[in-house]
Design a protein around this ligand. Structure first.
Ligand code: PLP
Length: 426
């Protein structure tokens, strides 16, 4: 091999992994242990003082999780990653590293519903204030910036409508004001979009979805792009001020272009504790080995299903950026030429009743609240995830009474189309 970076498929299988040095095990073993024996007292002291890298306790590092971290960092093109218990934990630990009480961050209004709740309600308890901007209007982000703005947050492909975000336009604004840009890359996965190539500084993932890909484990990742200059910036004291518990070390100076990942690990995981189980890391790693194959099939199937639905007499509209008529198609061609992902919404002419009927008449599609499974999934938000909202609130969130969301799986597309066709006739 030359010193050329291996290709994406190769990295998805090999990055971070090697045969186990003690047993020769070729698949990454599950290091199902809470803690790790020190070589001697001096070694222990150096680990606790951040003078040496090594394992202490699986809340902070674990060898199985470390392979997952290195693999996802390699796929995204980041300097380091931290595996955590869920996608929400990843978002939370990034904010914990950046925000002080009274600070603000600007978020795109097209987001996963769970993130909207997290930002609007739970973060208020920490004094972290979300300011909403319009996903389609980069100028609305710039207009919302104040001296207390510590981050801009968006999704690469936004859940649920499959909206494509102009990451480069947001990055330009973020750079102009010296604010880090965080991109939730869950819906695209690094196979479709690598946000660091478009100017993002931090990537977060719900690995529960396409990275793991089999609907069997909850997990999340924070990936450090290594791009943001934290050192000497008093707005980010977690990174730029001396840490009393680490003998006055300044993380940004000691760890340079992976300081954010270190802060998430040695401050966030250490003190807040949402660690990923090594068993889940093992399942997520197995899933990632086939990420490129699965994502391409997800996209191809989604386009076939969306094309069928667009021409169906019971369907009022389909919102899928892979369709040439879609308003996000130009952005999709620019950001995600291999396909526009597998999650999209459609509107039924028969409204609420038709939505309820459709989800209960399908046989191959599972009616549940998840995305990114091998299996095809469907949900009618108005009667489930968005049930507690008023109709105007539901419509603003892209979850009006007639809307259903699909996550197209890896089955034969003809079977999916026949299942939908039969259920739409009911
Ligand atoms: C599911 C999801 C999350 C939250 O991840 P969990 O693993 O469920 O905690 C965050 N962002 C997006 C885009 C998601 O789809």
């Amino acid at each position: 091999m030359t010193d050329r970076l291996p290709g994406f498929n190769t990295r998805a299988i090999h990055a971070g992994a090697a045969p186990d040095p003690t047993t020769g095990a070729r698949a990454t073993p599950i290091y199902q242990t809470a803690s790790f024996v020190f070589d001697d007292a001096e070694h222990a002291a150096s680990l606790f003082g951040l003078e040496a890298f090594g394992n202490i306790y699986s809340r902070i590092t674990n060898p199985t999780n470390a392979v997952l971290e290195e693999r996802v960092a390699a796929l995204e093109g980041g300097t380091a990653a931290v595996a955590v218990a869920s996608g929400h934990a990843a978002e939370f630990l990034v904010m914990h590293a950046l925000m002080q009480p009274g600070d603000e961050f600007i978020a795109a209004d097209r987001l996963y519903g769970g993130s909207i709740n997290q930002f609007n309600h739970s973060y208020k308890n920490f004094g972290w204030n979300v300011v909403w901007a319009k996903t389609d209007d980069p100028a609305s982000f710039e207009a919302a910036i104040t001296p207390r703005t510590k981050a801009i947050f968006c999704e690469s492909i936004a859940n649920p409508g499959g909206v494509i975000t102009d990451i480069a336009a947001l990055s330009e604004i973020a750079k102009r004001h010296n604010i880090p840009l965080i991109v939730d890359n869950t819906m695209a996965s690094p196979y479709l979009i690598r946000p660091f190539e478009h100017g993002a500084d931090i990537v977060v993932h719900s690995a529960t979805k396409f990275l793991g890909g089999h609907g069997n484990s909850i997990g999340g990742l924070v990936v450090d792009g290594g791009t943001f200059p934290w050192a000497g910036d008093a707005r980010f004291p977690m990174l730029s001020a001396p840490r009393p518990e680490y003998a006055g070390k300044i993380l940004a100076e000691t760890f340079g272009n992976f300081a954010l990942a270190i802060a998430v690990r040695v401050l966030g995981l250490r003190d807040l504790g949402p660690a990923l189980s090594p068993f889940n890391a093992f399942l997520l790693l197995s899933g990632i080995e086939t990420l490129p194959l699965r994502m391409q099939r997800h996209c191809d199937n989604a386009l076939a299903v969306a094309t069928f639905l667009q021409n169906h007499p019971a369907v009022a509209w389909v919102s899928y950026a892979g369709l040439e008529t879609d308003r996000y198609h130009q952005l999709a061609r620019r950001y995600t030429p291999n396909g526009a992902g597998a999650v999209f919404t459609l509107g039924l002419k028969g409204g609420y009743e038709a939505g309820v009927k459709l989800v209960s008449s399908l046989t191959l599609f599972s009616h549940l609240a998840n995305i990114g499974d091998t299996r095809s999934l469907i949900i009618h938000p108005a009667s489930t995830t968005h049930r507690q909202l008023t109709d105007p609130q539901r419509i603003a969130a892209g979850a009006g009474p007639e809307v259903v969301r699909l996550s197209v799986g890896l089955e034969d597309p003809q079977d999916l189309i026949e299942d939908l066709d039969a259920a739409l006739k009911v």
